[in-house]
Design a protein around this ligand. Structure first.
Ligand SMILES: Nc1ncnc2c1ncn2[C@@H]1O[C@H](COP(=O)(O)OP(=O)(O)OP(=O)(O)O)[C@@H](O)[C@H]1O
Ligand SMILES: Cc1cn([C@H]2C[C@H](O)[C@@H](COP(=O)(O)O)O2)c(=O)[nH]c1=O
Length: 225
C-alpha cells in the first residue's frame, strides 16, 4: 500500500503550489506519485453544483452549511473506490484538500472550534457512513491569512477564470477556518498532522517534507479523533 497524504489550508495558502513541489520532489527520487485535487470540478456534478452555489447560483443553497458540506462529501464519496485503488497501485497519493477541509470550513461557518459537534458530524458522515479512506498524514500549510487573501486577490486579477467565491471573499470565515485547522492539527485529528510554515520567511523545504511524508505508512499511522 502507498501513502495517502493530504494538503490542507485556507484559500490562497499555496496548497496547489506545494502539492506540485512535493510531486516533483518525489518524482525526482523515483517515487511513483499521483495527485488529485478536491473539489473535482468538471468531473463531479456535486463539486460543480457546490462551485455554482459559491458563485451565487441555486437560490439559498450556499446559506446551508450542511447542504454545502454534503455536496463536497458526495464529490469525495464518488471517488472513494478510485482512491483506494490508486493507493494500492502507487507509492504516494497526494490530495489537495480532503475531509479536513469540510471539517474546518463547516465548523468555522457555524462559529465552532475543532472540538465542536460540526467536526464530529463531518467525521461520522465521511469516514463512518461514506467510508472514505483515512489519510496516513495531513499537512497544514500555515500562512498569515492576510497573505493568503492577497494571493487569492492577485490570482483573480491575473486569471479571469479564478474569480473569488463567497468563502474567499469572507475574511472572517478565512480567519476562523485557520483557527479550526490549527485545532485539528493540535489534536492530530484522524491521523498525524505536519504543520508547515508557507510564509515568505518560513523554512519550508519541500524535499525534506516529501521524505518525511513518505515514511508515514511505515511509521504506522495512529488514529485519534
Ligand atoms: N510560496 C509562494 N510564494 C509566492 N506565491 C505563491 C506561493 N505559493 C503560492 N503562491 C501563489 O499564490 C496563489 C495561490 O496559490 P495556490 O493556487 O497554490 O493556492 P491554493 O491554496 O491551492 O488556493 P485555493 O485553495 O484557493 O485553490 C497563486 O497565484 C500562486 O502562484
Ligand atoms: C473540498 C472542500 C472545499 N471547501 C471549501 C474551500 C473553498 O473555500 C471552497 C472551494 O474549494 P477550492 O479549493 O477553493 O476550489 O470550498 C469546503 O468547505 N469543504 C470541502 O470539502
Amino acid at each position: 500500500m502507498g501513502v495517502l497524504v493530504t494538503i490542507e489550508g485556507v484559500d490562497g495558502a499555496g496548497k496547489f503550489t506545494l502539492s506540485r513541489k512535493l510531486t516533483l520532489a518525489w518524482e525526482e527520487s523515483g517515487v511513483d506519485v499521483v495527485r488529485i485535487g478536491f473539489p473535482r470540478y468538471g468531473e463531479s456534478v456535486h463539486a460543480d453544483i457546490a462551485a455554482e452555489a459559491l458563485a451565487g447560483e441555486h437560490g439559498d443553497l450556499e446559506t446551508s452549511v450542511n447542504a454545502m458540506a454534503v455536496l463536497f462529501a458526495l464529490d469525495r464519496s464518488s471517488a472513494a473506490a478510485e482512491l483506494v485503488k490508486l493507493t494500492r497501485r502507487h507509492d504516494v497519493v497526494i490530495l489537495d484538500r480532503y475531509v479536513a477541509s469540510n471539517a474546518a470550513y463547516s465548523a468555522a461557518r457555524v462559529h465552532e472550534d475543532a472540538d465542536g459537534p460540526m467536526v464530529e458530524w463531518v467525521r461520522a458522515l465521511e469516514f463512518d457512513r461514506l467510508m472514505l479512506p483515512v489519510p496516513d498524514a495531513q499537512v497544514l500549510l500555515g500562512v498569515p491569512v492576510e497573505l493568503a487573501e492577497e494571493r487569492a486577490r492577485t490570482r483573480e486579477q491575473e486569471d479571469g477564470s479564478r474569480i473569488r467565491d463567497a468563502y474567499e471573499r469572507d475574511s472572517g470565515l478565512q480567519r476562523r477556518t485557520a483557527a479550526v485547522y490549527a485545532g485539528l492539527a493540535e489534536k492530530q485529528w484522524m491521523s498525524p498532522w505536519h504543520v508547515v510554515d508557507g510564509s515568505p520567511d518560513g523554512d519550508l523545504d519541500p524535499v525534506q517534507l516529501a521524505a518525511t511524508l513518505l515514511n508515514e505508512r511505515s511509521r504506522g499511522a495512529g488514529v485519534t479523533t
